[in-house]
Write a protein that binds this ligand. Structure first.
Ligand code: UDP
Ligand code: MG
Length: 343
């Protein structure tokens, strides 16, 4: 459902001239958040290097790897990458700040005309990034990769689709379905995104919120190559809460609606009791069991709603502390090498 094909398909002539001067070329940076991905880093870098060879004559391609406090050998692998490839920058965060912060750190440091955010476990196939670049050339500022299918557990698929359905219902933003953070964003959007310093980050929501021309590219999401997910259920739930609380006050409205509803029910109760007293004074209104159940029912609702209030207050508190979002321990830029080839 996209617009017309690109006006100028790449010429199939001439093998790319060796290392043309980089001036004038558009710059594209990949951002890879890394948390315990030692088993994936080398394959990932090899694959993106191969895939982006076809871009090299038109773009200056570089890679930012953000080590999000990995507990395995990831950092060593990354430093080795930087030592042999000068297109690589490695940001080391001082501890694990979470996926969204790791990507934010990369976005803050990136200085390119377009940024491509990708997972580092090979679930986001590197070749799809070429299609993102193609759409960007057609004038879109945000090109998100949209999953046609995904290789995840039934549980993850089910919870994810329920979550996005709910989010679309309650949130004030229109987040495209079946998208993750795998996307290309133009420099304009990156510049805007840098102004949003909220702590509980839901980047895909922010990017929708910011606007500009956005479009999608369909792809089939692969399985994680090596290692285990960095998103256990607890983190998934927090992330879901960030999405909902960050972009909707529907839960707050729910409190008053519940209040109205329960008041209405008690009003019906009052009518009933008054009716009985007036028209059948000899029948007693039974209800000790009802009183006890009603009390616990209301108590439950009240405590739950306090929790809803608490979630918003907690976020407000965290935000008012105004702490920096993350701390960078080191930045290592690649050492210049004679050629950009991978073989
Ligand atoms: N990640 C991260 N910090 C974390 C958890 C994950 O930087 O605390 C990275 C991880 O290395 C990967 C991406 O975020 O590149 C997505 O994580 P993962 O694949 O574990 O999530 P899933 O695909 O299972 O939802
Ligand atoms: Mg993954």
């Amino acid at each position: 459902a996209g617009p017309a094909a690109p006006a100028a398909p790449a010429a199939t002539t001439a093998p790319a001239a060796p290392a043309a001067p980089t001036a004038g070329k558009k710059r594209v940076t990949y951002i890879f958040p890394i948390y315990n991905e030692a088993g994936n880093i080398d394959l990932l870098h090899r694959t993106v290097s191969q895939v982006t060879e076809s871009l090299a004559d038109r773009y200056d391609v570089s890679f930012i790897y953000v080590d999000d406090g990995s507990k395995d050998e990831s950092l060593t692998h990354l430093q080795a990458l930087a030592d042999r490839d000068d297109r690589v920058t490695v940001i080391e965060l001082s501890r694990n700040f979470g996926h969204q912060m790791a990507v934010t750190a990369g976005l803050d440091l990136a200085d390119a005309d377009a940024v491509i955010i990708m997972d580092s476990d090979m679930q986001d196939p590197p070749r799809v990034s070429l299609e993102l670049v193609e759409k960007w050339e057609q004038g879109y500022e945000v090109v998100y990769a949209q999953r046609r299918s995904r290789q995840d557990t039934a549980f993850k698929k089910l919870t994810a689709s329920a979550f996005y359905l709910f989010l679309r219902k309650v949130a004030s933003i229109d987040i495209p379905r079946n998208t993750g953070d795998f996307r290309l964003i133009d420099r304009k959007v990156v510049d805007e995104l840098r102004k949003y310093r909220e702590r509980d980050r839901f980047l895909r929501g922010l990017i929708s919120y910011i606007g500009f021309r956005q479009t999608g590219v369909l792809f089939d999401r692969d399985e994680r190559h090596a290692g285990v997910t960095g998103y256990p259920l607890s983190k998934m739930l927090r992330f879901a809460a960030d999405g909902i609380l960050g972009f909707s006050v529907a839960p707050l409205k729910l409190i008053s609606r519940l209040g109205y509803f329960i008041s209405f029910l008690s009003f019906l109760g009052i009518l009933y009791v008054a009716g009985v007293k007036l028209f059948a004074p000899e029948t007693a209104v039974p209800g000790w069991a009802f009183i006890t159940i009603g009390m616990f029912f209301l108590g439950g609702i009240q405590i739950t709603m306090l929790g809803v209030l608490g979630s918003y207050i907690g976020r407000t508190y965290a935000q008012s502390q105004a702490r920096p979002l993350y701390t960078v321990a080191s930045v290592r830029t690649g050492t210049p090498s004679p050629a950009h080839t991978t073989s």
